[in-house]
Write a protein that binds this ligand. Structure first.
Ligand code: ADP
Ligand code: MG
Length: 753
């Protein structure tokens, strides 16, 4: 189906054309909105339609604003379709965070259904985000039987507000037994419903029969409420009565695209999303020629379709470019409220994978699909803003005089220092472990980059000295031809895990495959905690200005160890961070136990984000997830070795040996095959014994606790896999091309045109 937006003058469609549509489609819909008629016509009719009506200009270009959000039950649609009183009641409930009355929900549900049916939807689903990190949906059709044996399309307020999926197979971390299957989903009215694949998707939160939280959305919404409350306390001190403060996020999503035919030939990519074996080709990313390079036509076609589909869903897809590694790309949306940004990022990841397939490509979201070139992250740009439109992390032109900004900045500094462990945990996964600490991504040590200006402002406050701003920066490129450029007050620091970038913080440790809900729950909660502490103090102060300065001074003195503006990739920083007492939690099993430290449990419980049982269940889920991921990788590696690599080595070895024998028989001198056969045989034998060891080690996994199991996978299984990989990659370099059992790195990384 295709939705054509036809300028109003075409409303005078001739009877002939109308009948033609009816003929093509067996009936057609059109509704008039503002200056256009929206026609829903099937694809084959579309061709004829364009043949009959030749539009002026580039229809595609002008239609983007109309395309945008056309599959979303958004503000405009609500205003159009809901009675004014209902719309107002809905908005009011949203602002106050109050539940909706059932009669109101009934009216909204009915309007949603009518709208969805007009768009061709037949089903609805409560779309939720269980602890798998991806989304879940169970489709229900709108059909309801009537007494006379027909069906009508129905959708009630109750169905909109609450669902009850049988949800026993989602990870619960021991919060319930498998036989306790009941789970509930509850409508999240802060994120618009949308239509995807003919199904009306209603964003929902998910909990168990006993009310335990089983998803990623619930804690996120709770943390947003906390930060709202705490931030408004601070604003009030400065005489500002904001209606609401929300945190905002713009997640920059990195990904790889590889050819699907090649992907299909590699068990590792199919089962684990990353290559477990593979030698580097002669060329990697060393020339930096892929970064921001010309986008190849096939990739461009993919990006174009992706943009259009995202726009339909109201996702603000904005920036696209090639990334550092060959075959690596990035998409950045314009920021929005954290909750919506999280939903949109899930949709983005889903659509990237779906649309790639249509172009015979596969989108790899794994954090480290290839050894030897950069992995993929998701830069979580985070800030706080009022509904009235003010960014609370905007320092303005004179940060040293901007007391309100200094309070918010100090709160973030204190939060990041006191809860380094939680931030590290929020990005901990088997996949991301390959990335953090490698010379490409931020280190596993959490620190903050503030840039020269802010660092100097804080230093002056700490020392009680007067701050003298440096003169405004201008960059002169060429006196005559090019205009002077205005310099930003902070440069970028690509090596910092948590960098201030002008009016927001960029948390760079997040992994490309992860849901951004987790990291943002932590950011919101820890900042809310510090803002609350600050508000407790400042609310009692007689002289606010003096109290703010005192507070900032004290905070900087106590927490400046977390500020580091230098190169985070160096060994010197690792040493320095150690001497500053900063944590360096190198792996997921090492980081995760910090989740249940007393201070962290206290934090979550105090702010009503999680109960202690929920926190412990999350630790369990993460540890289990880690162990399972490594186990699948180890089994896949064995599969590749026995089914692909060893048989290939054997065949090559046999051919080499036969060549040696023939040459010797004929007395031909010079026999490189002999040495090569011996090398191949030695490496293959090493692989065989290594693989046998891995099998034994996998049979002996320590299972005394989830922690012990994860430690074992990290200390024993990953190590075995590392040794095996070394030998396999060495062997691959020796293999003749025709013996290679699957596409190499060279083919995968440079194979898409
Ligand atoms: P940079 O290139 O300096 O990182 P951009 O303006 O390109 O900055 O922004 C990168 C990402 O940060 C984008 O997704 C953008 O929408 C997002 N962003 C910008 N301002 C904010 C903000 N106030 N809150 C959250 N994200 C933001
Ligand atoms: Mg950026």
């Amino acid at each position: 189906m295709y939705t054509a937006h036809i300028p109003l003058n075409f409303q005078k469609i001739t009877t002939f054309t109308k009948s033609l549509y009816k003929l093509c489609k067996g009936g057609y819909n059109y509704s008039i909105s503002n200056d256009e008629v929206v026609e829903v016509i099937p694809d084959f009719a579309r061709c004829f339609f364009y043949f009959v009506f030749i539009f002026e200009g580039d229809e595609k270009m002008t239609s983007v604003p109309k395309l945008f959000g056309c599959a979303v039950f958004n503000e405009t649609v609500m205003k159009d379709r809901l009675p004014t009183a209902t719309y107002k009641a809905f908005k009011n409930a949203l602002l106050k965070g109050e539940p909706l009355d059932l009669p109101i929900a009934n009216i909204i549900a009915n309007a949603m259904k009518d709208w969805a049916l007009e768009k061709g939807a037949t089903h609805f689903t409560h779309w939720f985000q269980p602890m798998t990190g991806i989304t879940a949906e169970k489709h229900e059709s709108f059909i309801t039987p009537t007494a006379d044996g027909r069906v009508i399309m129905d959708f009630s307020g109750k169905e909109l507000v609450q669902g009850e999926p049988d949800a026993s197979s989602f990870p619960s971390g021991g919060l319930r037994a498998t036989f306790e299957a009941r789970g509930y989903t509850a409508w999240d009215p802060t994120s618009y419903a949308f239509i995807k694949d003919g199904c009306l998707c209603i964003p929902t939160a998910f909990c168990s029969y006993t009310g335990d939280v089983l998803d990623k959305k619930t804690p996120l919404l709770r943390s947003m409420c906390c930060v709202d409350r705490a931030a408004r306390r601070i604003l009030k001190l400065f005489g500002e009565n904001s209606e609401k403060v929300t945190t905002t996020v713009g997640p920059e999503q990195e990904y790889f695209l590889v050819d699907k035919d090649m992907f299909d030939k590699r068990r590792d990519l199919r089962f684990t999303g990353r290559t477990l074996l593979g030698a580097m080709p002669p060329k990697g990313q060393e020339l930096d020629d892929h970064y921001f390079g010309m986008i190849k036509p096939r990739v461009m076609a993919f990006m174009k379709e992706l943009d259009e589909e995202l726009w339909k869903l109201g996702v603000l897809a904005k920036t696209e470019h090639n990334e550092v590694a060959p075959a690596q790309h990035e998409l950045a949306p314009i920021f929005t409220s954290t909750n919506v940004a999280t939903d949109h990022n899930q949709l983005t990841m889903e659509l990237m994978q779906k649309i790639a397939r249509k172009h015979n490509l596969v989108c790899l979201l794994h954090e480290k699909p290839f050894d030897g070139v950069n992995g993929s992250g998701k830069h979580n740009n985070w800030s706080l803003g009022t509904v009235e439109g003010e960014n609370l992390l905007d320092p303005g032109d004179e940060p040293y005089k901007n007391r309100r900004f200094l309070v918010f900045l100090a709160a973030v500094i204190k939060a990041v220092d006191e809860y380094q462990d939680l931030l590290r945990i929020s990005v901990a996964s088997a996949g991301n472990d390959h990335r953090l600490g490698a010379n490409e991504a931020p280190p596993a040590i959490v620190s903050m980059f503030l840039g020269t200006e802010l660092t100097n402002v804080l230093k002056a406050i700490e020392e009680g000295a007067e701050y003298k701003p440096e003169s405004e920066g201008e960059l002169k490129l060429s006196g005559e031809v090019l205009p002077a450029l205005k310099k930003d007050n902070t440069d970028r620091n690509r090596t910092s895990p948590f960098a201030f970038t002008g009016n927001k913080f960029e948390f760079r440790m997040v992994g490309s495959a992860q849901s951004i809900a987790g990291p943002n729950v932590i950011l919101n909660t820890i900042v809310a905690e510090e803002l609350d502490q600050f508000a407790d103090k400042l609310e009692k102060a007689a002289d606010l200005d003096a109290a703010v300065l005192k507070l900032v001074k004290k905070t900087v003195a106590a927490h400046k160890r977390i500020i580091f503006n230098g190169d985070g990739y160096t060994d010197a920083w690792v040493e320095e961070a150690k001497s500053r007492g900063l944590l360096n939690l190198k792996s997921t099993p090492e980081a995760l136990p910090y989740l249940v430290k007393d201070k962290n449990i206290k934090l979550f419980v105090k702010h009503g984000i999680f109960t202690e049982a929920e926190i412990r269940s999350r630790l369990e889920i993460s540890l289990e997830g880690y162990s399972k991921a490594i186990r699948i990788e180890a089994l896949t590696m064995l599969d590749m070795l026995f089914k692909d690599v060893l048989p290939a080595a054997s065949a090559y070895g046999a051919d080499l040996t036969n060549a040696v024998l023939s040459k010797k028989q004929l007395g031909i001198s010079g026999c490189f095959e002999e040495e090569l056969a011996s090398k191949v045989s030695t490496l293959a034998s090493l692989l065989y014994t290594g693989a046998e060891k891995l099998k034994v080690d996998l049979a002996e996994v320590v299972k005394t606790s989830a922690q012990a199991e994860a430690d074992y996978y990290h200390d024993v299984v990953l190590k075995d896999m590392g040794t095996l990989r070394e030998a396999a990659d060495e062997l691959e370099k020796l293999m003749g091309g025709k013996y290679l059992p699957y596409p190499t790195y060279g083919e995968l990384l440079f194979g898409v045109n």
